[in-house]
Write a protein of this length. Structure first.
Length: 453
């Protein structure tokens, strides 16, 4: 019979038959569990809010991110490409922010991508590292299984049945039928027609859709009737994947259930955290799972994250790398000094956590568009997203300079027009000479410039 320890004992940790099990089997001393741990896994939990205002935690395995519906995206951070969808898998390489990728497969919080650069490599990254392309219609998905027919009519032969939650590429749309292409579970490419009913798309996540009718809400747009030019989605918007699941009070299946989730209920993501689980083999008792970070993670749930705030006196004691003030909002300024700091009154400087302790050159266009290194902001610094396509810049360099890509850094940024669409950047690749690149379209394409000093 297994030894049971009370919660009040020092170092006592609950153990479970699996990380998904809702009821603890008992408690063991942490020291015993640590000594006998032979495997570690990670669970991703998301703190969400329903449209009714209910807040709580859901497991990432029970939801679909908006990125699931995207076919093409850009890398938003500097993630590691891994051979398998596991955090403990050794990284194959880092991927430059701005690199364009094709999304091929989805598994929980991981997506398999193909790098659309010179390497053309395949690998897995976490979905929150992706920024979907606004021009991408993306994949479709069915709420219920439908037959795939050879022709667009009910009498046509059934090729196969399309399962729910299976991503489909639309090739032709009509009022009643959609021609799609997809790869089935056997790896075969299937093409045929499905009825236009119960279909989910990127429009279900869209905040703004640019159409021939103007800018409309995603729920008001129609894939068939509207000519869609651009889709803006809220990257925090996720949807339940149709399986029975719940909102929990804490990031644990053993916590209380707040409420059940309806099929495909929309949710808004507020934050996330990872919980590391260890598997321990106890002699004569068997194998048990225990939350390695259980104690400190529970404390994190109740402590709001506070950005570092410095006074002007404290900030200017540091070595200043760069500084810029917005011509649109006179007191809105940014400083690079062991991190990026922002002020709206010239007295209190708040650290922008996205940039950690990194220094970047800063520039602001006449219209107020802010450039910090490879990122830009169109909302006065509330959020930043990449504007540089590193894959296209590197493709224009000779091979001898590409070999120094890991040394690449931006030294200077010069907006050349009021809107900030025409930009000149100066790059340092660790050589004596500097490289200059120019874009006329906000970073979608770049031209290498020669003989600039």
């Amino acid at each position: 019979m297994m030894l049971i320890l009370t919660v009040s004992e020092v170092g006592a940790v609950p153990v479970y038959l699996s990380p998904q099990h809702p009821i603890p089997t008992g408690h063991y001393r942490r020291s015993i569990l640590e000594k006998n741990t032979d495997k570690v896994t990670v669970q991703l939990w998301l703190r969400v809010r329903s449209l009714k205002g209910i807040q709580g935690w859901v497991s990432a395995r029970d939801v679909l991110p908006s990125e699931f519906f995207s076919q093409f995206a850009q890398i938003g951070k500097n993630p590691s490409l891994r051979a398998r969808p596991k955090w403990d898998d050794l990284p194959m390489r880092n991927v430059f922010p701005g690199t364009r990728v094709q999304i091929l497969q989805h598994k929980n919080q991981w997506v398999k991508v193909k790098l659309l650069d010179d390497s053309r490599r395949f690998g897995w990254i976490e979905f929150h590292n992706l920024i979907p392309e606004e021009e991408d219609i993306g994949y479709l998905m069915l709420k219920k299984s439908l037959p795939l027919r050879a022709q667009a009519n009910h009498r046509s032969a059934v090729i196969t049945h399309v399962p729910i939650n299976w991503r489909l590429i639309p090739t032709h749309l009509t009022k009643d039928w959609i021609q799609v292409r997809f790869v089935d579970r056997g790896g075969r490419v299937r093409t045929g027609y499905i009825q236009n009913q119960g279909v989910l798309s990127r429009l279900n996540f869209a905040t703004d859709v640019y159409t021939q009718r103007g800018i409309i809400r995603g729920l008001d747009a129609d894939l068939v009737k509207d000519t869609i030019y651009k889709i803006k989605t809220d990257s925090q918007f996720i949807v339940n994947n149709g399986q029975p699941s719940y909102i929990y009070t804490k990031a644990s299946f053993s916590s209380s259930r707040v409420q059940p989730l309806k099929s495909y209920e929309p949710l808004i993501k507020l934050s996330e955290k990872r919980v590391r689980w260890g598997r321990s083999s106890i002699r004569r008792k068997g194998q048990f799972w225990w939350p390695i970070q259980w104690e400190e993670k529970q404390l994190e749930n109740h402590q709001p994250k506070n950005n570092l705030i410095l006074s002007s006196k404290q900030l200017f004691k540091r070595n200043l790398f760069d500084m810029a003030t917005s011509p649109k909002i006179p007191r809105l300024s940014f400083v690079s000094a062991g991190g990026i700091y922002k002020t709206i009154d010239g007295q209190r400087w708040e650290k922008v956590d996205q940039f950690h302790n990194q220094n970047h050159p800063i520039a602001i266009s006449t219209s107020g568009k802010i450039f910090v290194g490879p990122y830009q902001s169109s909302d006065h610094g509330s959020s930043f997203k990449p504007y540089i396509r590193w894959d296209r810049i590197l493709s224009k360099l000779p091979q001898s300079l590409r070999n120094n890509a890991e040394r690449l850094r931006i030294e200077k940024i010069e907006p050349k027009d009021a809107k900030g669409n025409q930009i000149l950047i100066q790059l340092d690749l660790g050589t004596k000479s500097k490289e200059h690149f120019y874009t006329r379209n906000g970073g979608r394409s770049w031209q290498r410039l020669r003989n600039i000093r």
